[in-house]
Design a binder for this molecule. Structure first.
Ligand SMILES: Cc1cc2nc3c(=O)[nH]c(=O)nc-3n(C[C@H](O)[C@H](O)[C@H](O)COP(=O)(O)OP(=O)(O)OC[C@H]3O[C@@H](n4cnc5c(N)ncnc54)[C@H](O)[C@@H]3O)c2cc1C
Length: 237
């Protein structure tokens, strides 16, 4: 049986940030996740806006983590085929797996990472007990359940989800390249839809550097990865 103060189940954005912050605060913690390296996933691809950046800054991790992100610096605003404005901008583009890797790099003793899956959790008034798929048992004073959409452990603990809105949004991602020019003239762009009936509020394009080499682009010129609602301009490192 391994003993710790806080056991964190799930090393996505929530769990990894918690582990890094606890380690920095000198609180013994273990972060348990089945993936040593977070796999590619189409999710949050930028951190931006004063509120979000201010909140991220309060974790104490922003300065080091955002070094792995790409700052746009300026955002063009367009609608009806016309450029309406050019605004100073602080959007940091980063792929979700790169974001998690950068945050996990900040996890330091007395917090540590365990690559495994939690298969059972039993709670008590003083200590909580976790069982990992490899058979190891962990005793913790507190458990942080941050395993995303996985419902198994949540149900085991009798935690119900309260759905406050039944509406869903859909994000579409796509890559594209400038044609007949080496690069796009803008660093980032937000294009607002022209009619409410389009049912797409806006498309945002913003730069993300990735380590991957797109097979569709044999040259060194940047490709654009865009999304309706959220999107990205991607260039190669
Ligand atoms: C397309 C898309 C776009 C989005 N855009 C935005 C956005 O712009 N802004 C925003 O704020 N949010 C956005 N979101 C939502 C955001 O991605 C999530 O809120 C956030 O990633 C959730 O992080 P998390 O750490 O809670 O979960 P996750 O990142 O899902 O992490 C859960 C972790 O738990 C682990 N796990 C699961 N079961 C176990 C187990 N039994 N034992 C151990 N580990 C386990 C998994 O391996 C995983 O690593 C978007 C989501 C999508 C899909």
């Amino acid at each position: 049986m391994r003993y710790t103060d806080i056991a964190i189940i799930g090393g996505g954005l929530a769990g990894s940030i918690a582990a890094a912050m606890l380690g920095r605060a000198g609180i013994p913690a273990v972060l348990i996740d089945p993936h040593q390296v977070y796999p590619f996933d189409f999710r949050v691809e930028k951190i931006g806006g004063d509120l979000q950046l201010e909140r991220f800054g309060r974790t104490g991790l922003a300065e080091s983590v955002l070094r792995s992100a790409t700052l746009d610096g300026e955002n063009w605003i367009a609608r009806f085929g016309h450029l309406l404005d050019r605004q100073p901008s602080r959007q940091y583009g980063i792929m979700y797996d790169d974001l998690i890797t950068a945050i996990r790099d900040e996890i330091a003793q007395p917090a540590e990472f365990i690559c495994d899956k939690v298969v059972n959790v039993a709670t008590g008034s003083e200590r909580q007990k976790l069982v990992l798929s490899g058979g190891e048992e962990i005793s913790a004073r507190l458990v942080v359940l941050s395993n995303g959409l996985n419902v198994g452990l949540r149900r085991m603990l009798g935690i119900e989800r309260l759905v406050t809105s039944h509406c869903h949004s859909i994000s579409l991602g796509f890559d594209f390249v400038p044609v007949g020019q080496p690069a796009f003239p803008f660093a980032a762009m937000t294009y607002f839809s022209e009619r409410p009936s389009d049912r797409i509020p806006y498309i945002t394009l913003f730069p993300i550097e990735t380590g991957c080499v797109p097979t569709s682009s044999p040259t060194a010129r940047p490709t654009i990865r865009g999304c309706a609602r959220c999107g990205a301009i991607r260039s190669r490192r």
